[in-house]
Ligand binder design. Structure first.
Ligand SMILES: Cc1cc2nc3c(=O)[nH]c(=O)nc-3n(C[C@H](O)[C@H](O)[C@H](O)COP(=O)(O)OP(=O)(O)OC[C@H]3O[C@@H](n4cnc5c(N)ncnc54)[C@H](O)[C@@H]3O)c2cc1C
Length: 509
């Protein structure tokens, strides 16, 4: 029976980041992945003959630190130092374009407001940036290094000065709707600026408390660097293999093996569905918290209170993915190119109404969405001259009234394509293949509870030292030798590698 220093469950990008850091320190690492390929929700795969896509289509705040530490450019990763254009689509072609500190397509009065808003938000995002790469200490009885982490955050906030500090504390709990109203009046501009505050969690423009924080998370640090998702996964996988990491795909873990000692239980290995058992000094799981603790470990090995808290983690996804295989390039009215992130979300009110439908288990009557055409940056994803259109469709409930029967799936697909057709007439006639992934499909295809973007809502009660829950929020768990390294841990999901980075630091310490 093979024995390793560390076995990592799952080969999502966080697991690959963690494996690379451990391998750099000469640890003997095995990664076991249920799917046929690496990458998890960021994996590229063929969804129609010759057409490839990944569920996550955009990596916009992956830290330069990780790229440098792991020397990913030596493994084929190239960095584009441009902010992606974010384009709020208008039916008549009067689009709003936001790109970094620039905005166009809005009246002059909005330009001044945007400058004030952008400068302030970047200041706050920069202030928070270092904390996403830290372990957030638990509350109470802290060691001196842990106290220093709190002190550093306190100092950073103080350094803002009294007025900005007060404004930060006020703004961070505001609903996006109110924040946008304070600065802007253009409906499309408000939608574009709110998108990253909302997508992936159970939040709508009028929801209080979390959305501004999620936006600052996504604006943090190196957000001017955009990466091709397939190239990032290839680089992480290539780097890991070159450092000696053993990666086994099509290897689903059926349970984590434990041993009872005098001081409680400890994790000693994994058993695969095939029956094979591998042992290690420590087991690290990048699977979501419910899968890790309730399915792979088993509640019988946990305190009831901890099990209850894990059972309560809110992780029902709200985002669906539509991939279209197109025989040609879609042409959006008033745009010379479909490059960038294109939003169909005419106003905050329309976004809120789509959320209201989801609250009652219904598909949105008028879906709001983000579209990209990844073949514009990476023509190899489709046969020559043909294209992939990739759409994140917001507010499609995991628990659909119909349990996502065929009629609900067809209804949603038709509505999304109708909406795209309104802004890019003729697109429907280019469709030669399509794939819709609802949160239920995402759960079963990608082994992620609830098909949730972040493996658990980005919400104040599930963040920082409470992510996923006290007792497992510093990457260690109540079970000796068992660690977490996926999106369900601090700071959260998105293609950032930060949970994997932080978990590796904890393990190596
Ligand atoms: C619809 C959608 C669109 C998204 N779009 C974007 C985007 O454009 N940009 C962005 O930054 N983020 C996006 N995200 C979020 C992002 O994809 C995730 O937050 C991120 O990929 C999580 O990475 P991870 O490595 O932590 O986990 P995952 O990618 O989920 O990887 C976990 C891995 O563990 C494996 N696993 C689970 N159980 C087992 C088992 N028993 N045995 C073996 N292996 C197992 C899974 O198969 C999986 O490969 C999107 C998410 C969704 C749902």
């Amino acid at each position: 029976m093979a024995h390793y220093d560390t076995i990592i469950i799952g080969a999502g990008h966080n697991s690959l980041v963690c494996a690379n850091y451990l391998a750099l320190k000469k640890k003997n690492v095995l990664v076991v992945e249920a799917s046929e390929v690496c990458g998890g929700l960021a994996a590229s795969y063929e969804f129609h003959d010759g057409f490839h896509a990944s569920v996550a289509h955009q990596a916009s705040h992956f830290p330069l630190k990780i790229i440098r530490d792991l020397r990913l450019t030596e493994h084929g990763l190239s960095l584009s130092r441009n902010h992606n254009a974010c384009i709020g689509l208008d039916q008549d072609g009067h689009h709003v374009v936001v790109q970094g500190n620039k905005v166009s397509g809005v009246p002059d009065i909005e330009l001044d407001a945007y400058k004030r808003y952008h400068d302030l938000m970047i200041r706050y995002a920069d202030m928070l940036a270092p904390f996403w790469l830290k372990t957030v200490p638990p509350i109470g009885n802290n060691s001196i290094p842990e106290m220093m982490a709190f002190a550093e955050l306190g100092l950073k906030i103080r350094l803002l000065g009294k007025e900005d500090m007060r404004e930060f504390l006020r703004m961070v709990t505001l609903p996006m709707y109110d924040l946008m109203d304070e600065y802007f009046s253009h409906p499309l501009l408000k939608s574009v600026l709110s998108w990253d505050a909302l997508i992936g969690s159970k939040q709508a423009p009028r929801s209080p408390n979390n959305s501004v924080l999620q936006l600052l998370y996504r604006m943090a640090g190196d957000s001017h660097i955009t990466l091709e998702v397939p190239a990032l996964i290839d680089a992480l996988q290539g780097a890991a293999v070159s450092r000696g990491v053993d990666i086994r795909t099509s290897s689903r873990v059926s349970n984590i093996e434990v041993e009872q000692g005098s001081e409680g239980i400890s994790a000693t290995g994994v058993r695969l569905e095939s029956g094979e058992v591998f042992t290690a000094d420590r087991i690290v799981s990048s699977a979501d918290p419910k899968t890790t603790f309730l399915n792979l470990l088993g509640a019988e090995h946990l305190e009831i209170e901890f099990t209850n808290r894990i059972s309560r983690v809110r992780d029902q996804g709200l985002v669906s993915k539509l991939h279209l295989a197109l025989s040609g390039l879609p042409s959006f009215t008033g745009l010379t190119s479909a490059a960038g992130r294109l939003f169909i979300a005419p106003s905050l009110e329309k976004i809120e109404i789509a959320f209201d439908n989801a609250k009652y288990g219904e598909s949105p009557v008028e879906p709001v969405m983000e579209i990209t055409v990844p073949t514009l940056g990476n023509p190899g994803l489709a046969p020559e001259g043909q294209h992939v259109l990739s759409a994140h469709v917001m507010y499609t409930p995991f628990k659909h009234k119909s349990a996502w029967d065929e009629a609900a799936r067809t209804g949603l697909t038709t509505k999304v394509i109708d909406a795209i057709e309104t802004y890019a007439p003729g697109t429907r006639s280019l469709i030669i293949g399509q794939e819709l992934l609802t949160p239920v499909d995402l759960e079963s295809r990608f082994n992620t509870s609830g098909g949730h973007w972040h493996h658990g809502d980005f919400a104040l009660d599930q963040l920082l030292m409470m992510r996923p829950t006290p007792g497992a929020a510093q990457y260690g768990t109540p079970v000796s030798g068992l660690y977490l390294c996926g999106a369900g841990t601090h700071p959260a999901g998105d293609i950032t590698g930060m949970p994997g980075h932080n978990a590796a630091r904890k393990i190596l310490s």
